[in-house]
Ligand binder design. Sequence first.
Ligand SMILES: *Cc1c(COP(=O)(O)O)cnc(C)c1O
Length: 374
Amino acid sequence: MAIPLLDLRAQYLRIKDEIDEAVAEIFESQQFIGGPKVEALERAIADYARAPYAVGVASGTDALLLLLKASDAAAGAEVITTPFTFFATAGAIFNVGARPVFVDIDPKTYNIDPNAIEEKISPRTRAILPVHLYGQCADMDPILELAAKYNVFVIEDAAQSLGARYKGRPACSLGHAGALSFFPSKNLGGAGDGGMAVMRDSEIEARVRLLRNHGASETYYHQLVGTNSRLDALQAAVLLVKLRHLEQWTEERRANAAYYNQKFAEMPEVITPYVSPECHHVYNQYVIRLPKRDQARELFAKRGIGCSVYYPLPLHRQECFLDLEYDENAFPNSCAACEEVLALPVYPELAREQQDEVVNAVKDHLASLFSISN
Ligand SMILES: *Cc1c(COP(=O)(O)O)cnc(C)c1O
């Protein structure tokens, strides 16, 4: 039996009646954009993240983009972030006209190294954009200290980390604002694209609300040049249903991760996820490092086991960013991670026997390396 990296159909089957009813309700109402479901989701997400405000938008990418715009990151500005993240993080910075200023990661957590940030702060720095990669928060307190010292914004890319906590505080409540994605593969995934901007400042909230709707508070009267980035009522209805189950699904992901950790403890060649004692990890991805990663991928493919590499190329080496003129050998921790990381299935519905198959595949991969080298 094949084991997928993620099985969204298994999730749907657990909550089919609730989802189908929520979808039918939207069709009965024929209100497809904005409206009470979107407002209810905004309230529910703000409460869940213990932040004052949340604004539904069309994607996680747009949440980043509109938060950057609302923070006045524009042409000539610099925004500090990590080169080891999904493209959208730096793409959003570039698309507001600002320069992504990359800072290497901590090789243990894969998140931005707070000790390497200060030397990159300049008079043009407008914001720091840490990413909570794979489901674990970046080390936020030193970042927030620097932000206060230099008077810059902190926008959290929490696309992979809804429900994660740092020193007991939830992702998106740590900085000035946070961006969430409801892309189907995220821990809270919709039936299509969707996202949310979460913030503590009412002025930023007001600006993001305007920007997502062509800068108009009253139809046909435009205070700002914004865009169309509204959240669909269908997405909100589906997400409200799923949000009720998120805590349980997160616990199941964490239990699956703990099971892998225990099994991989017998394999010293496998580096399992490091979890900071200050963090509550929600495992959007369970990522290991192992020798001859690409060979392991071939073995997994042969056995029908899903796995993936997040991410194979650091952002400073992407073709579209070559004009930024970074040294390709800069950010050695990010470059090394790109060569060695492998995400294994960890979704809530994954069964123990399936995990055993994944573990056996890793074991066989290591054994094959050993037999070649002897
Ligand atoms: C998914 C993701 C995004 C973008 O979200 P979309 O909803 O796909 O636009 C941004 N940053 C990170 C780290 C992500 O994982």
